[in-house]
Design a protein around this ligand. Sequence first.
Ligand code: NAG
Ligand code: NAG
Ligand code: NAG
Ligand code: NAG
Ligand code: NAG
Length: 341
Amino acid sequence: MPASSFFSLTLLLCFSTAALAGDPFVFYDWTVSYMTASPLGVKQRVIGIDGQFPGPILNVTTNWNVVVNVKNDLDEPLLITWDGIQHRKNSWQDGVSGTNCPIPAGWNWTYQFQVKDQIGSFFYFPSLSFHRAAGGYGGIIINNREVIPLPFGLPDGDITIFISDWYTKSHKELREDVAKGSDLGVPDGILINGLGPYRFDEAVVSDGIAYQTINVEPGKTYRLRVHNVGISTTLNFRIQNHNLLLVETEGSYTVQQNFTNLDIHVGQSYSFLVTMDQNASSDYYIVASSRFVNSSAWIRATGVAILHYSNSLGPASGPLPDLPNEYDAYFSMNQARSIRL
Ligand SMILES: *[C@@H]1O[C@H](CO)[C@@H](O)[C@H](O)[C@H]1NC(C)=O
Ligand SMILES: *[C@@H]1O[C@H](CO)[C@@H](O)[C@H](O)[C@H]1NC(C)=O
Ligand SMILES: *[C@@H]1O[C@H](CO)[C@@H](O)[C@H](O)[C@H]1NC(C)=O
Ligand SMILES: *[C@@H]1O[C@H](CO)[C@@H](O)[C@H](O)[C@H]1NC(C)=O
Ligand SMILES: *[C@@H]1O[C@H](CO)[C@@H](O)[C@H](O)[C@H]1NC(C)=O
């Protein structure tokens, strides 16, 4: 049998199609390939989707059928996991290794699924071979059908934020380290939307690193969808002087509760409403940092982006907003327990 038909047969056996008629279809065509980026000032090979790192956002509505034709231009097999959705086995091809087969290098495959009875914030990512350490992830927004109202006012904007630990080693080197049983060690940095930190401290962050700026209008309220897409580091997320009103996590609306900061574990997604209720005398820091940053080895594990009011009078300055007491081992657990669906 020629190689081509062998692969087609394999793919046919690995995937089953769940086409559901009656509901709208949306089509995406993606090419997954390496690209060069320097998030921490060091040139490295990252995984992009259609030349974007992070990848594009799947913005769909409950019950839509989603068809994503993925071309794998990497040099290794690729498997995309449609996260969160995987908890519902009924209509999703969930992309979990073992139930789906990877797309061979140079081939394409069309994922098809229905976002049945789901709402909220999720993300997709490549789940094999440490690819996620190099990128290949992006957001999934599942909107309510119009007949179902949101349990909060319609926000003035919708902003997706990916936070992640990051290494300047390639995913192949990291994978070898892990295979040899070595510890990954302290990350070289924390990325926010694929970008390195704002230079909040000249001793910690070198010059010339591109950082994320989130542009907002004073007085408006935005929905921030924050995803920890990293590989192993829990990150504390906070915005200087701004409350985070938690409203949703991974497809469930929560009892609304204000946080000044929240620990976000790897794989978790949260939606916060943030009102731009501060004066515009300066920009404000957006921080995602390891809870161990006070030990000198971990200081570099601090991601910093900038919240910029359109009428802001100057750059953010001064110390970053404090972490809660890092020695309180119960903090994270109590925080998680305080979230009610
Ligand atoms: C998602 O799509 C809806 C229309 O279906 C649009 O109103 C909304 O602004 C989009 N959201 C994002 C974040 O692109
Ligand atoms: C691969 O892509 C081509 C062109 O876009 C498409 O016609 C074909 O159905 C795709 N094959 C699979 C297995 O998804
Ligand atoms: C959350 O904080 C905002 C101010 O940032 C306030 O307006 C709002 O009432 C608070 N909401 C709750 C549920 O505590
Ligand atoms: C603006 O807010 C900051 C932080 O709350 C405060 O330190 C500063 O004094 C305020 N400036 C003005 C002009 O109100
Ligand atoms: C780090 O340690 C210093 C000095 O012990 C303390 O003042 C500061 O609040 C700590 N910072 C954090 C983020 O815990």
